[in-house]
Write a protein that binds this ligand. Structure first.
Ligand code: FCB
Length: 458
């Protein structure tokens, strides 16, 4: 069996990681712009000032996508490019840019999927209290309204926010993402609540402004995912329960973000466990947060492996010495794309997209001028077979967005991690399609057929 006939094969990116032109044409600064310029935050003081220069080279990048037969492109709009101060004054040139991008994509038959916020928070709003300021949720809706008004005659698919675990947890609690704070629990839960409110207001803003029926999603990180090491129902149940438990690290947990949005409440046990730190949660707020959405975007890279102990609790199984891992140190665990969608569907009953999945690899230009990234091909092949297994069992996964098209600025690790199916020479901005890019094109052209026949040709 092939993949479903309308299955979407795409690639994903985000504004700060690729655009560059960080001060051009009226753009305001984001917290990533200021953070990367401070000594000691990113090694070698690497920044996204230029990145892949995609703001200027967008035609080229769309041409590459077209050559690779990419069907859909998930990209993010930079909030401070549209509203340099986060609200109020609009930067028309910023809007013109995304207008051009959307037109160019459509000209090449590539469907745009727009992420409205992928971490490049306006610096001016940070000075006004950032996510601790409840008004930020309203400012976000103002920005969303402007973007949707401008682009929704041509754009149907919207993702409100990407991975709040990072821009709240990693950024405000763990201090290793911009703006690099280490706030206490009370502040973190408050900021998280405001981020959820921002999501909810954004959903309402999209539905209010859209010029065609919108399809709306939300894409938290799927870090906490446990996959059973056997088919024993006890192992499966233990892993499922652990995947949604939000006890040890609630802000990192999936359910902290998805339960309020999809089930209208915070996870019960955590509510109890963290009671003294939580803000007052009103029915009014929960109503805003749980506005209906159409799909969940899953960003999945790896899974823990687990089994049940005698009491049905999940025990994490340690990887064997020398286990397969990517250049970022993430484990190669393809069943993440089987168990992840299965567990999410069972809990939330929503359509799913894999909005991110990929591998950082030690890629370089070989003597013959090509990039032979066989590990990426093998990784993808294994993961996509597992995704196919989930779909064959009826799990409603509508599409797969590979992270990412071009190598780019990988946040805290700068340019040291290469995630693209297209190689970037960051000195002269040359692009070279890697072997995995050619391979992915064949997967797309055969709607996954080459995966299943095992004849990938490499
Ligand atoms: C995800 C981010 C994305 C990229 C990948 C590798 O957590 O959403 O921007 O950095 O990891």
């Amino acid at each position: 069996m092939e993949f479903p006939k309308d299955f979407i094969w795409g690639v994903a990116s985000s504004a700060y990681q690729i655009e560059g032109s960080y001060k051009s044409e009226g753009k305001g600064l984001s917290v990533w712009d200021t953070y990367t310029h401070e000594q000691g935050n990113i090694s070698d003081l690497e920044t996204g000032d230029i990145a892949c220069d995609n703001y200027r080279l967008l035609d080229k990048d769309v041409e590459i996508m077209s050559a690779l037969k990419i069907q859909a492109y998930r990209f993010s709009v930079s909030w401070p490019r549209i509203l340099p101060e986060g609200y109020g004054k609009i930067n028309e040139k910023g809007l013109d840019h995304y207008d051009r991008l959307v037109d160019k994509l459509l000209e090449k038959n590539i469907t745009p999927y727009i992420t409205l916020f992928h971490w490049d928070f306006p610096y001016e709003l940070y000075l006004k209290g950032g996510w601790l300021n409840r008004d930020v949720a309203k400012y976000f809706a103002e920005y969303v309204n402007i973007v949707v008004n401008r682009l929704s005659d041509r754009v149907k698919y919207w993702i409100t926010e990407n991975e709040p675990q990072c821009y709240i947890g990693a950024a405000l609690q763990d201090g290793n993402h911009a703006p690099g704070l280490s706030l206490g629990k009370k502040d973190i839960f408050l900021a998280a609540h405001h981020s959820l409110l921002a999501h909810g207001h954004a959903v309402t803003a999209i539905r209010g402004a859209a010029k065609q029926p919108p399809v709306i999603g939300y894409a938290p990180a799927s870090w906490y995912l446990w996959s059973p090491i056997s088919d024993d129902p006890a192992d499966i149940e233990a892993c499922r329960a652990k995947t949604f438990a939000a006890g040890e690290d609630p802000i990192g947990a999936t359910s902290w973000w998805l339960d309020p949005v999809c089930l209208g409440k915070y996870p019960d046990t955590s509510m109890y466990q963290y009671k003294e730190y939580l803000p007052k949660v009103t029915d009014y707020d929960m109503k805003i947060i749980s506005q209906p959405i159409d799909f969940i975007g899953m960003n999945v890279y790896q899974t823990y492996r687990g089994k049940a102990d005698g009491q049905g609790q999940c025990v994490t199984v340690k990887e064997e010495p020398g286990y397969a891992h990517t250049d970022a140190g993430w484990s190669v665990t393809p069943e993440a794309l089987y168990w992840g969608p299965k567990f999410y569907e069972a809990r939330y009953h929503k359509k799913l997209y894999i909005t991110e999945n990929g591998i950082s690899n030690q890629d370089w230009v070989c003597l013959d001028g090509n990039i032979h990234d066989y590990q990426r091909i093998d990784f993808l092949h294994r993961y996509l077979l597992q995704l196919h297994r989930a779909i064959s069992e009826g799990i409603p996964v509508e599409g797969y967005f590979h992270w990412t098209l071009t190598d780019n600025f990988e946040w805290a690790t700068g340019y040291s991690n290469r995630f693209g199916i297209v190689y970037i020479d960051f000195i002269n901005q040359d692009r070279i399609i890697k072997d995995s890019g050619v391979w992915y094109r064949r997967v797309i052209e055969s709607n996954g057929g080459t995966l299943l026949s095992g004849s990938d040709g490499f």
